[in-house]
Ligand binder design. Structure first.
Ligand SMILES: *Cc1c(COP(=O)(O)O)cnc(C)c1O
Length: 421
């Protein structure tokens, strides 16, 4: 998103014009930003055999999956449905890693029959997998190295009482199961959460995985998950992918030498690839002055972007319609009947009713976590690609809310009783 000649634009498309043309609320994604993020991450590890498995849950529109697959990305899918979206987008099953958590074993069986690469998350399922498939179907093991990535506690998955992965402290048990069933373990996986503060934490985790990997002879890849940080506001720590890449390439190559084979290195970025590409556009319904605050009430809410309320996430907010006006302090709130705050006490260029507000960094976990709460309809999505807007999801209509509801006609009991008497 650039500010050029008094207007906020993406690839020359003026955002307020898009809001006028497609209506609000509206998710707009910049394809160039997604591609450049992909390339930055890929290039950081390029001396290695690197595979990026896009974490589908961040933003699951088929157009986004296709765009990333065209750059060479595979997928990380956490449900059968995400894997099915991937297949529909043209991603081959063998390039989709299935990393579910606490699902029924039947879902694992379905993943095997679809040809996905299955990532096993508990010793119980490792045993079941062994009983069912033995050495005939290779799999990956998700380990929990108990490295705490730092940052926001609500998005950490590596701590000791986390439900994710098999504890690295249970390695002897894992090896016993693997040996019992002659399991073919082709990959080891760690994903310590969605925020790590520096590359040293990452490398610390890597050392533990290398140690674990020496127990398995048929590995083809090591998957280091994600946790790459992007800036949500000025001054935020971001992952220095170049620095991390340099350090990681060195230790990974040294490990491969020791291991005796060149392994692939996998990552599963979600947020890093799509967060900054996205902006949520909304219209100002009301500017409401109370004794303590000036509220800007906009035509969206936590039903469309839940991160501020769910994770206390900070999203930069700008007034796209009046960008050169004097700045004032506002609280930007949604139209849902809940406390529904996007940002408190923010400096925005003076806001008038009808102004288009942009909530930045809305590409990841925005639309994909949206709901129909308050019976509100979900927004449309636009992808700006090669300088042109592409409508990649139409706005919902009431019929979408009704599509899964079935007829039911109750009788009025009281009225019947009166009639009978
Ligand atoms: C959510 C998730 C990711 C992506 O995390 P980001 O912070 O969006 O990059 C990667 N791997 C797994 C297993 C996940 O659950």
């Amino acid at each position: 998103m650039n500010f050029i000649e008094g207007q906020w634009q993406i690839q020359g498309q003026v955002l307020t014009d898009l809001a006028a043309q497609y209506g609000t609320p509206l998710y707009v994604y910049d394809a160039d930003k997604i591609v450049s993020q992909y390339q930055a991450l890929y290039n950081a590890f390029a001396p290695l055999k690197v595979k990026l498995k896009y974490a589908t849950k961040a933003l699951n529109n088929l157009a986004i999956i296709k765009l990333l697959h065209a750059q060479g990305a595979g997928l990380d899918a956490v449900s059968i449905q995400e894997a099915e979206l991937g297949l529909l987008a043209g991603v081959p099953a063998g390039q989709i890693l299935f990393t579910p958590n606490c699902v029924a074993f039947a879902e694992i069986e379905q993943a095997v029959s679809m040809g996905l690469v299955v990532n096993i998350d508990s010793i119980a399922f490792l045993e079941q997998f062994g009983q069912r498939y033995g050495s005939s179907v290779p799999c990956c093991i998700r380990l929990n190295p108990h490295i705490v990535a730092g940052g926001n506690a609500k998005i950490q998955t590596g701590h000791i009482d986390s439900k994710f992965g098999i504890s690295i402290l249970q390695m002897r048990h894992i090896l016993k199961v693997v040996q019992n069933y002659d399991l073919q373990i082709t990959g080891l996986h760690v994903h310590t959460g969605s925020d790590f503060l520096n590359s040293d934490v990452f490398l610390q985790g890597a050392e533990l995985i290398f140690e674990a990997a020496s127990n398995f002879r048929n590995l083809q890849f090591l998957d280091f998950g994600s946790g790459f940080k992007v800036a949500y506001k000025e001054g935020d720590i971001v992952t220095d992918t170049e620095e991390l890449g340099q350090k990681m390439v060195q230790v990974f190559q040294a490990f491969c030498q020791e291991y005796g084979r060149e392994l692939e290195i996998w990552f599963e970025p979600g947020k890093f690839l799509v967060s900054e590409s996205g902006v949520l556009l909304a219209k100002t319904n009301v500017v409401k002055t109370t004794p303590s605050t000036v509220f800007v009430g906009i035509d969206t809410g936590l039903n469309h972007l839940i991160r501020p309320m769910m994770y206390d996430a900070y999203h930069t907010i700008v007034n796209l319609s009046n960008p050169e006006a004097v700045q004032r302090i506002y609280s930007i709130v949604g139209y849902i009947c809940e406390t529904d705050t996007f940002g408190s006490d923010r400096k925005l260029n003076e806001v008038r009713e009808g102004d288009i507000i942009g909530i930045l960094n809305a590409g990841a976990y925005g639309f994909s976590m949206s709901s129909n709460y308050n019976s509100r309809l979900k927004p449309a999505e636009i992808l700006i690609y090669n300088g042109r807007p592409h409508l990649i999801r139409r706005r919902e209509v009431l019929a979408d809310l009704l599509a899964t509801q079935l007829d039911f006609e109750p009788t009025n009991q009281l009225k019947n009783e009166v009639a009978e008497a």
